[in-house]
Design a protein around this ligand. Structure first.
Ligand SMILES: CC(C)(COP(=O)(O)OP(=O)(O)OC[C@H]1O[C@@H](n2cnc3c(N)ncnc32)[C@H](O)[C@@H]1OP(=O)(O)O)[C@@H](O)C(=O)NCCC(=O)NCCS
Length: 169
């Protein structure tokens, strides 16, 4: 059974390799390196299996530019699990723990741009149905949001802007 814990500096090389291998390219791994230095607040968790770091999840701030005012939320991205251990529930443990940590930090809204069939199982809903859209081109179903407190969005709508580092990926 994997354990989930906060990422430590000595995990950085393993985390780089997890993203590089899971995504089949280095861009997401490099994005994590940049986000660690600029994202505030940030959540960075790893999954550890028999002493090996095998999964990673990161959350960074997003700004929801809306009416009547802009407000901040968290964006889940990127996350990855080593290819040989995917589909064994490790990603789910990372998402659930990440959401729990976000809530304990006082965050009430988390967005994700990702697999439309995967994130709804954790409570994410199609964001456009509650008035949020993503600055990046994506299908409607791929951009999702979860409210960690009832009515956290309170009918507020707007465009979700990620940190500039995401634009390079
Ligand atoms: C997405 C990812 C993090 C999930 O981690 P995991 O440990 O395999 O996930 P879990 O075991 O908790 O859940 C497995 C479920 O995820 C689904 N899933 C995995 N990859 C998926 C994909 N590319 N598209 C849609 N669903 C996917 C599986 O079909 C499975 O669904 P099921 O439970 O209905 O059978 C992992 O597959 C991964 O690293 N993928 C490559 C990188 C990536 O795509 N990251 C996410 C970007 S949004």
């Amino acid at each position: 059974m994997p354990t989930i814990r906060p990422e430590l500096p000595e995990d950085y090389p393993a985390v780089f390799e997890i993203h590089r291998r899971a995504f089949g390219r280095p861009e997401e791994a490099k994005l994590v390196e940049k986000l660690r230095t600029v994202a505030d607040p940030q959540i960075s968790l790893v999954a550890v299996c028999e002493g090996d770091v095998v999964g990673h999840i990161f959350f960074s701030p997003v700004t929801i530019e809306g009416q009547p005012s802009s407000f901040q939320a968290l964006g889940l991205a990127p996350m990855a699990v080593v290819p040989e251990l995917q589909n064994q529930g490790i990603g789910s443990l990372l998402v659930k723990k990440g959401i729990k940590v976000a809530h304990s930090m006082g965050e009430n809204i988390v967005v994700v741009l990702g697999h439309a069939e995967y994130y709804p199982r954790f409570g994410f809903k199609v964001a456009s149905r509650i008035g949020l859209c993503c600055e990046f081109p994506a299908s409607d179903e791929a951009f999702m949001v979860i409210e960690l407190e009832p009515r956290a969005l309170r009918g507020r709508s707007g465009i979700v802007k990620y940190l500039p580092e995401f634009s390079a990926v």
